[in-house]
Write a protein that binds this ligand. Structure first.
Ligand SMILES: Nc1nc2c(ncn2[C@@H]2O[C@H](COP(=O)(O)OP(=O)(O)O)[C@@H](O)[C@H]2O)c(=O)[nH]1
Ligand SMILES: [Mg+2]
Length: 217
């Protein structure tokens, strides 16, 4: 029996995925080829939880209550590709190191900034960044700075409000409206803002569909 090949179809998210590498520096990036979709946002906003919810694999991306712990670009791909000789996966999801951890030493912040800026500016196969915003706090100063960077680098990004389960229903609608209004003039921002709860599974299918569209583009 021949195994079906992982393609950019909704079934992709039902397949097993694997962590392939943590990249602490641009020189360790995997071979350029598959479209990449990256998840950025403050520490603790819910990046790793969202990746686990999208892939229905609870412990795949390591979630943590210790902000600022992950300092690498963590690569996740559908299982079954050697990565050698053109045997590349159809897509890669990248869990980016979080920002905005007040207690982080300057040296660490500088290293983060360099890695993230280099990646966002220089990775030609990066199709879309999902910029996660904690639904309880809304867009903060550091988020604005990252948006400005993405606009400058002309990297397409879409804002995702996280932890919607912590808000009352009217609160989610209001925040979606406010957030859309705030990003209206940002050239590289996708106008539609999504709301998710990784805990309750809300909005997860919308993010999956958006990822497929971005990866196919
Ligand atoms: N209530 C709720 N908590 C969440 C949700 N997503 C993440 N969290 C919690 O927020 C904390 C940080 O999540 P994590 O995914 O590690 O954030 P990251 O640092 O951005 O990768 C963890 O304690 C998660 O359990 C969500 O949708 N709802
Ligand atoms: Mg994380």
């Amino acid at each position: 029996m021949t195994e079906t090949v992982a393609t950019l179809e909704p079934g992709l998210f039902k397949r097993p995925w694997v962590f392939i590498r943590g990249v602490p520096d641009m020189k360790f990036l995997p071979p350029e080829g598959p479209p990449e979709v990256a998840f950025a946002g403050r520490s603790n906003v819910g990046k790793s939880s969202l990746i686990n919810a999208l892939l229905e694999q609870k412990g795949l991306a390591r979630t943590s209550n210790t902000p600022g712990r992950t300092q690498e670009l963590n690569y996740f791909v559908p299982e079954g590709f050697s990565g050698e000789g053109g045997d590349l996966p159809p897509i890669a999801l990248v869990d980016m190191p979080g920002y905005g951890f007040a207690q982080a030493p300057k040296e660490q912040v500088d290293r983060w900034t360099k890695l993230v800026f280099d990646y966002l500016k220089g990775r030609v196969t990066l199709k879309r960044v999902y910029l996660l915003i904690d639904g309880r706090h809304g867009i903060m100063k550091r988020d604005e700075e990252v948006m400005a960077l993405l606009d400058k680098a002309a990297v397409s990004y879409q804002v995702v409000l996280t932890k919607a389960d912590k808000l009352k229903t009217p609160g989610v609608g209001r925040l979606l409206g406010e957030t859309s209004e705030k990003i209206k003039k940002r050239p590289a921002a996708f106008p539609e803002v999504l709301a998710t709860s990784s805990e309750k599974g809300e909005g997860i299918d919308d993010v999956r569909a958006a990822i497929l569209t971005a990866a196919r583009s």
